[in-house]
Design a protein around this ligand. Structure first.
Ligand code: UDP
Length: 492
């Protein structure tokens, strides 16, 4: 930005879910590194996660602050203090959580009025924020937190309803009109959301689409070289304005920054690095299903047996549905038998720190977009195990288009709790990404993508330039707005 103009002040307002907060906090750090003054808005219980993550960038002198507004948990029928999606007592409460998020509008607009920033980056789950920004005459950018591919595919599925032509829930159908032939089944889609518009979540997703059309545009945590055909499809066929400025996780350069993302890590970062240092390059499988997916104990037992039988070194981040109950799912003697080659993390792992370590050779993932892009940035092949949200689309990108993944074959979209996968299937998929000629080819493709990802965010790379263009566009819009308000004030 030119030094002659005052800095832009941008508001960042992520949904209270780690998969949304983490990339937006990274985004604020990135904007801050370009001289933008940033304010991240969240609720009191979420503030510590964000303050912890931005500590380092604040030390670097970037202007980043956090402001809070109250979260109306009780009003929406949630337990008091339940302010993050990973705290909802069961999938049945997801709708209550979405309802609470809608109720944030009033306090958020009061804060917006008080601070009067130049731009708002509002989460897709706050479709009303386009109007909130419009009241102040400032642009709102939408952040979906997913890939171009998933948004394009999702848009076509919603508009064309190709699933209606499949003869059963398990018969594959082709998503028409996309640059590639992509097949899905009805059971891999959230049919209750697509066909039952009375659900609050379905309404919010519909509103999100409308509000995107009237917003200033969309910022993507992606990079052009990863999905060029879909970046182009989004802007030329779907005719949306977009800037891809990722991978955002790459703005965390050192171990402290990587380990500080999200919740407090359940393992000391040095202990974790020491363990990884003791292993051969590409020899460790990292297993983690994001911030909200949890499994039933019998599924966890299958995962344990599969990892043991695979003979690989592994780090397994364990999150159970029945966390308050005593833990009995591990096979008898499991921890003793795998103690030299396994690190079990119950709770939160420093994921990017782990993925970026040279000993890690593969990632078993639920295909949340952040995890997927973090794996790509680290140049890693994946075992894909989608559960819900847009994860089945992300799986297709990883397995069919980028060809860096092997699917465990989950078939059923399910809110937070996925379908059951047998030990043998998991073991086979793990070995397919870790051993043999095809694994080597997959790894080599993944490494190439990792290199492209790093190039994209370096000076003059595609994402770097896209952010430069976005900031220039925001500056222009600020000038237009300031001159229109000053003209108004002289005529009044
Ligand atoms: N994450 C982490 N440690 C964990 C679990 C998740 O650091 O133990 C981070 C992960 O690196 C990613 C985010 O949480 O940035 C999860 O986002 P994703 O989109 O992959 O999945 P979601 O949680 O939204 O389902």
């Amino acid at each position: 930005m030119g030094s002659d103009s005052p800095p832009l002040h941008v508001f960042f307002f992520p949904l209270m879910a780690h998969g949304h907060m983490i990339p937006m906090v990274d985004m604020a750090g990135l904007f801050g590194s370009r001289g933008v003054h940033c304010t991240i808005v969240t609720t009191p219980a979420n503030q510590p996660f964000i303050s912890k993550s931005i500590g380092k960038v604040q030390c670097l002198g970037f202007e980043i602050r956090v402001r809070t507004i109250p979260f109306p948990a009780a009003k929406a029928g949630l337990p008091e203090g339940c302010e993050n999606l990973d705290m909802v007592p069961s999938p049945a409460y997801v709708n209550n959580f979405v309802e609470a998020s809608m109720l944030l509008r009033e306090p958020f607009e009061e804060l917006l009025e008080e601070e009067r920033p130049d731009c708002l980056v509002g989460d897709m789950f706050f479709p009303w924020s386009t109007e909130s920004a419009a009241k102040l005459g400032i642009p709102r950018l939408v952040f979906h937190g997913t890939s171009y591919f998933a948004l394009c595919a999702g848009e076509v599925v919603r508009a064309e309803k190709p699933y209606l032509f499949a003869s059963s829930d398990t018969e594959p159908f082709v998503i028409p009109g996309l640059p590639d032939e992509i097949k899905l089944t009805r059971s891999q889609l959230p049919m209750n959301l697509l066909e039952n518009k009375s659900m609050i979540l379905a309404q919010v997703l519909d509103d999100a689409r409308t509000s995107e059309l009237t917003s200033f545009g969309v910022v993507f945590n992606s990079f052009y070289e990863l999905e060029p055909a879909y970046a182009d499809y989004y802007t030329t066929v779907l005719k949306r304005r977009a800037w891809q400025i990722g991978p955002l996780s790459l703005c965390n350069r050192d171990a402290e920054e990587k380990a500080a993302r999200g919740k407090q890590s359940s393992i000391d970062q040095h202990e974790c690095l020491k363990w990884l240092d003791s292993k051969e390059p590409d020899s460790v499988v990292y297993v983690c299903f994001g911030s909200t997916c949890k499994f039933l104990d019998d599924q966890l037992a299958e995962i344990a047996s599969a990892l043991e039988a695979s003979g690989q070194n592994f780090i397994w981040v364990i999150r159970r549905i029945s966390e308050s109950e005593p833990e009995h799912f591990l096979p008898e003697g499991f921890e003793e038998r795998v103690q030299d080659r396994a690190l079990l993390i119950r709770g939160w792992a420093p994921q990017v720190l782990i993925l970026d370590h040279p000993s890690v050779g593969g990632f078993v993932s639920h295909c949340g977009w952040n995890s997927t892009l973090e794996a790509i940035s680290a140049g890693l092949p994946m075992v894909t195990w989608p559960v819900f949200a847009e994860q089945f689309y992300n799986e297709k990108l990883v397995t069919d288009l980028l060809k860096i993944g092997v699917s465990v074959g989950t078939q059923k979209w399910a809110q937070l709790v996925g379908d059951h996968v047998q030990k043998e299937t998991i073991q086979k998929a793990v070995l397919q990404i870790m051993e043999g000629e095809e694994a080597a080819e997959r790894r080599s493709r993944a490494r190439q993508l990792g290199m492209l990802a790093r190039q994209a965010v370096e000076k003059d790379g595609s994402s770097y330039t896209s952010l430069t263009n976005l900031l220039a566009d925001l500056k222009k819009s600020k000038k237009v707005y300031s001159s229109s308000t000053s003209q108004n004030s002289t005529t009044v």
